[in-house]
Design a protein around this ligand. Structure first.
Ligand SMILES: *Cc1c(COP(=O)(O)O)cnc(C)c1O
Length: 352
């Protein structure tokens, strides 16, 4: 029946998300979910919204959520866009801001959804190799381009670039949009948010999925100049005018307002990242410095594919990207202390 498909669909190679096992008693360190889950205030707000109000469409503009984000980040509501997960926000970004004649640029090793969106929206792109130690060198992006997208911290490496370096780069790149995907910024990198007042071609994309333990609620957002936001609103209102449902809007607002819970859980994750790093280093792993809620690590002698398989046999999931340059690395999510200890024990056994 594929003869009925639109021609473009035949050439699509969709993104493959990390596995979500049906089995419950798995230690899941493969998709960078937050082990602490959402704030109880967010859950209470979602419960309160679970009522007859679901008969009604949500606010198409999610005004209360934009106001909460603007307040939390010290910007204006007109500088805020919201969507159904940052994956959807990114789709609108690729569609609405990155379709130009010149190719867009992103690193050879980064979030693997970017090339998928380029194929879907038929956007030419070029990848820029990370340095030998997996760092982004912004000087490599100082050339004609139709736009640039960088994850900061980068995935799956966990390495971050400094806000000053981004500001410096933006001074020399004024003719195209620069997207900074800050999915993991809560765990130690510097946000570029305060630069959106200075640079009208900067868009910062964020999500509650990892930072606020709400991957299941699907709430993402973007900060930028009102003219960039307007482009995203035009695309969104030509696609789905009600992307965020009532439960998502209520839960997201409460999660953002519960600063105390956010601070406490992100600190715990940063502390456990150190524990995970020392444990791995003691077992002869090289661990890249991480500003995210995962580490990118390679064992000095044992192949990553072998380790991933042996861990899976022990009901521990980690992510292995079987591609040139990353084939020897595992990306391991920072779980709870107990989960990290179980991983350390399993690796000790496997390597013995
Ligand atoms: C997880 C992730 C996203 C998508 O997050 P959602 O908001 O859950 O769609 C976007 N970018 C990067 C780099 C990510 O790792």
């Amino acid at each position: 029946m594929s003869r009925l498909w639109s021609p473009l669909v035949r050439s699509l190679i969709p993104y493959v998300p990390g596995e979500q096992p049906a089995q419950r008693d798995v230690i899941k360190l493969n998709t960078n979910e937050n082990p602490y889950g959402p704030s109880s205030k967010a859950l209470a707000a979602i419960r309160a919204e679970t009522s007859d109000s679901l008969r009604l469409y949500p606010d198409p503009d999610a005004g209360v959520l934009k106001a909460a984000l603007a307040e939390c980040h010290g910007i204006a509501p007109a500088q805020v866009f919201v969507g159904n997960g940052s994956d959807e926000v990114l789709a609108h970004v690729f569609n609405g801001l990155l379709q130009h004649d010149e190719p867009i640029l992103f690193p050879d090793i980064t979030y693997s959804f970017y090339p998928v969106y380029c194929a879907l929206f038929q956007i030419p792109f070029e990848t820029v190799p990370l340095s030998a130690n997996f760092e982004i060198d912004l000087a490599d992006y100082q050339c004609a381009n139709g736009g640039i997208i960088l994850a900061n911290p980068n995935a799956p490496t966990g390495r971050a670039i400094a806000k000053n370096a981004i500001a410096q780069f933006l001074l020399g790149n004024t003719g195209s949009v620069v997207i900074i995907d800050e999915a993991y910024v809560a765990f130690g990198a510097q946000s570029a948010t305060e630069l959106v007042d200075r640079f009208d071609n900067l868009l910062v994309v964020r999500t509650l999925s990892k930072s606020h333990g709400l991957a299941g609620l699907r709430v993402g957002y973007a900060f930028g100049h009102p003219v960039l936001i307007e482009a995203l609103e035009r695309v969104k209102n030509s696609f789905n005018s009600y992307p965020l449902d009532r439960l998502a809007i209520a839960g997201a607002v409460a999660a953002i307002e519960d600063r105390e819970y956010f601070e406490a859980t992100r600190r715990k994750i940063i502390t456990t990242r150190k524990r995970l790093t020392s444990r791995l280093e003691a077992l002869d792993f090289e661990v890249l410095p991480s500003a995210a809620n995962f580490v990118f690590t390679a064992h000095r002698t044992c192949a990553a594919a072998v380790l991933a398989k042996a861990l899976r046999d022990r009901a521990i999931l980690v992510r292995h990207f079987d591609q040139p340059r990353t084939e020897n690395y595992l990306r391991i999510t920072v779980g709870t202390n107990d989960e990290v200890d179980a991983l350390g024990d399993a690796l000790t056994e496997i390597l013995a």
